[in-house]
Design a protein around this ligand. Structure first.
Ligand SMILES: *[C@@H]1O[C@H](CO)[C@@H](O)[C@H](O)[C@H]1NC(C)=O
Ligand SMILES: *[C@@H]1O[C@H](CO)[C@@H](O)[C@H](O)[C@H]1NC(C)=O
Ligand SMILES: *[C@@H]1O[C@H](CO)[C@@H](O)[C@H](O)[C@H]1NC(C)=O
Length: 343
């Protein structure tokens, strides 16, 4: 009985509304809709595939991501939304292999800092309820590291650009590629970490501009940078005491901070908006910069992080991630390895 009722109903609608309604109804079938979303996504992101086999494989991955996104958004109990972005035809493994690139030295891998350090922001008492270094004009537009595992270079450059603006008043655009090509202790597109890059900048007497040494998303030989082309320099760097979001807060109140975190989940890959508190551990795979903090109207505290995955990811390239999550290492291990440049 139910079947014939539905049949009559759709026949009725078809008669009344004309043939476009039949198309509209077939569009709501799950498979058709996924194919349509895939075609639309391909158009938006300018994707091309070598052949129909590759396209078929990518479609399967896309559908897997799409289902994951829709299930998460429909669960109704999350403080964040997922969405399609430039990475929606990649598996988590592929995504991590080509778009992250943190490689901590073995002594620090999945351990907190061990060396003794000084922490110049230890006695900071002027810690506002919220701060946004982007609004303060101390952060450049979102960048895209592309298919090069050099998140570490983008994280380093972000915090060096910011401290330059905070101390001197002008916001330079500095060269990630110089770090990729020239930081001998790191591995270019195959990974590195920020403290080694800070060391390089200090020893090199500074770093040149993006225009002078522009980003190519691939490993290259180190071009000699003339002293006259140096546009920014730092005098040192420090590590924030590990596993302590309270100490991290003092540092971020004073300047953007480079951090390592675990970006290895499907939720992180498809994050679109809201306060992220999705699944992640402390597998240090990625590096970003914390550029602010605050809390929502309902009191949820968050850090604002600046990523290097372009503007289709997250809140126009940024993520708000839960702060004071209730574990010392912070959500996704974000409080394990923070550091910042000194000028
Ligand atoms: C949301 O609800 C789903 C089941 O409906 C559950 O599996 C999941 O753990 C919940 N998540 C949160 C953050 O409460
Ligand atoms: C912070 O204050 C303590 C106690 O007065 C002092 O010993 C320490 O040197 C100060 N640290 C910094 C970085 O200024
Ligand atoms: C590099 O930057 C400096 C300072 O901005 C500028 O004077 C110089 O002409 C640039 N050199 C090249 C090769 O672009």
């Amino acid at each position: 009985m139910a079947l014939s009722f539905a049949g009559n109903l759709s026949l009725c609608l078809g008669l009344m509304l004309g043939s476009w309604a039949v198309h509209a109804m077939s569009r709501t079938l799950p498979e058709a809709s996924a194919e349509q979303k895939f075609e639309q996504w391909i158009g938006e992101h300018g994707r091309t595939y070598a052949d129909s086999e590759e396209k078929g494989n990518r479609f399967e991955i896309f559908v897997d991501n799409l289902r994951f996104i829709e299930d998460s958004n429909h669960a109704g109990n999350r403080t964040f939304k997922l969405g399609l972005n430039a990475f929606s035809d990649l598996t988590v493994e592929e995504f991590l292999a080509i778009h992250t690139g943190l490689s901590l030295p073995p002594v620090h891998r999945n351990h907190p800092w061990t060396m003794p350090f000084s922490f110049m922001h230890a006695n900071v008492t002027d810690v506002p309820d919220s701060i946004d270094w982007v609004e303060k004009g101390a952060v450049n537009a979102i960048k895209d590291q592309g298919q090069c595992g050099c998140c570490w270079a983008f994280s380093t450059i972000a915090t060096v650009e910011s401290i330059t603006q905070i101390k001197i008043g002008n916001l330079p655009e500095l060269s990630e590629q110089q770090l990729v090509d020239c930081t001998s202790g790191n591995n270019g597109c195959n990974g590195g970490w920020m403290d080694t890059a800070f060391e390089y900048i200090i020893q090199n007497g500074g770093i040149t501009s993006e225009t002078n040494y522009s980003y190519r998303a691939t490993d290259g030989t180190c071009n000699t940078v003339a002293a006259s082309s140096i546009v920014a320099t730092i005098t040192g760097y420090e590590d924030v005491p590990t596993n302590n979001e309270g100490e991290l807060l003092k540092a971020v109140a004073m300047q953007p901070v480079s951090i390592a975190l675990d970006a290895s989940g499907q939720e992180f890959q498809s994050y679109s908006s809201g306060i992220f508190n999705g699944n992640c551990g402390t597998l240090m795979t990625h590096a970003v910069a914390i550029v602010g903090y605050g809390s929502t109207e309902d009191g949820t505290k968050y850090w604002k992080i600046r990523n290097s995955w372009g503007e289709t990811w997250g809140e126009a390239g940024y993520m708000r991630i839960q702060r004071d999550f209730g574990q010392p290492e912070g959500l996704c291990g974000l409080a394990m390895h923070p550091s910042y440049p000194i000028m």
